[in-house]
Structure formats: structure tokens, C-alpha cells
Design a protein around this ligand. Sequence first.
Ligand code: GLP
Length: 246
Amino acid sequence: MPIEVSIKKGYDEISKRAAKIIADAIRNKPNLVLGLATGSTPIGCYRELVRMHKEEGLDFSRVVTFNLDEYIGLSPTHPQSYRYFMDQKLFNYVNIKRENTHVPNGLSDDFQKTCEEFEEAIKKSEGIDLQLLGIGTTGHIAFNEPGSPFDSRTRVVNVSEQTIKDNVRFFKSIDEVPRQVISMGTGTIMEAREIILLASGAGKADAVAKSVNGPVTEEVPASILQTHPNCTFIIDEAAASKLESI
Ligand code: GLP
């Protein structure tokens, strides 16, 4: 099944489209199991979901969420932790139950167990209905970097040099960027029943083109999405600018 590509004018439009898909899915299935992503790209989508909750009564009371990843060594209250990000961008402003939100624990004393329990919790919820993704400039999804096995599960991952450089903008210095994370595996992500991937800006154009038009290879982690039965890329014109050139 080729990846469906929906090209919108700019960041606002991709954010609103993604939020509409998520909102419709929640209205159809109030106990939706929703996979969530961090990074700068989904912020507009979360803003729109908060607006829909406040103005249209979008109800998160039965929604269950699983986040893709978390930095190892950062506490849930650290401003750069992904738990903190989710609280600030979405969870604190909608009526989701805290116990229904799952972000891997970056301060665990037994990471093996934390990863297994995370996978177990997804299974117990009967799998992820709709997974939101971003994409790294390396073509990574979550923190599954080039070379990650397509059948990988939730585990501890070393962050690539390129991704450390990409993410330094969120930290005071490069030394503060954590080198390790817990990340949902590519195999875990591929089990979601529906996937939407957001990309904005020319910096993502290469990764998007390789993922959509290039060969399916572990060197471009997002290329595996070509084999998913229900995956849509919602991207702006800048991120789509290299699509034909591959
Ligand atoms: C991080 C996250 C990814 C995200 C990527 C892109 O590395 N682990 O899930 O897709 O960054 O981030 P941004 O949206 O800020 O470009």
C-alpha cells in the first residue's frame, strides 16, 4: 500500500488537518487508544485539539494515550522531558485522566522492565488505534534511527549524532542533550491500526522524499511506512518540495 500524501499550504493547515482526524477518531470511538509524538511539529495540532476541547467540547475523558519516547535521565518535571512537554502542550488543558496517559519513565531503575511494561500496557489496551508521528531529518520515527531493525520493540536507544545536533535547540548546550532514550520500536509503531505523519519545512523534504519514493530500507526508518495498510503523510509544501526528485 503506497503512503497517501496530503499536501497542505503551510504549518497551520497540516496542524488543523491532523487535529480534525484525531478529533473525528475520538468522536467515533470515545475510548480511542491514541499514540502521540513530541518535537516541534505536533505543537500546532495539540493547540487545535485544546481549542476543540474548550470550544466544541471534544471529550478526552475515556481516551488512552501512549507516547513514542522519553529521554533517559530527565525527570517528568524537567522542562525538556517529553512528559513535561505533553503536560504543557496537551494533557493539562483537556479532560484526559492522568492514569490514561503513558509516557515511558526516563528515571526507571530497571529499563528492561519499564520497556516490557510499556509494551504490555499497549497490548492490554488492545493496541493503538491511531498513531501520530513526526519525522527526523535522518528519516527516524520516534528515536528509531537509521539501521534500527524494522521489527524492533520498545527499548533503550543511543541517539545519533545528527539527532543530538537537531535537538540541541531545545537545550542550553550540546552537553545537556541526553544521549539515550526509551523509544517505541518500529515494529511497535507498525502495529498501530492507522498512522498519520506530520512534516513541515524544507529541512524535512529529503527525509520525506526518501520515505515516500525511495526503497524500503532500514537506512531510512520511515520508509517502512510504505508497507503499512493505512498511513497518511500530512505535509506542507516546503516538506513536499523534493517529492518528485527521487
Ligand atoms: C525527535 C522525536 C521524534 C520527532 C523528531 C522531529 O527526535 N523523537 O519523534 O519526530 O524529533 O522533531 P521536530 O518535529 O521538532 O522536527
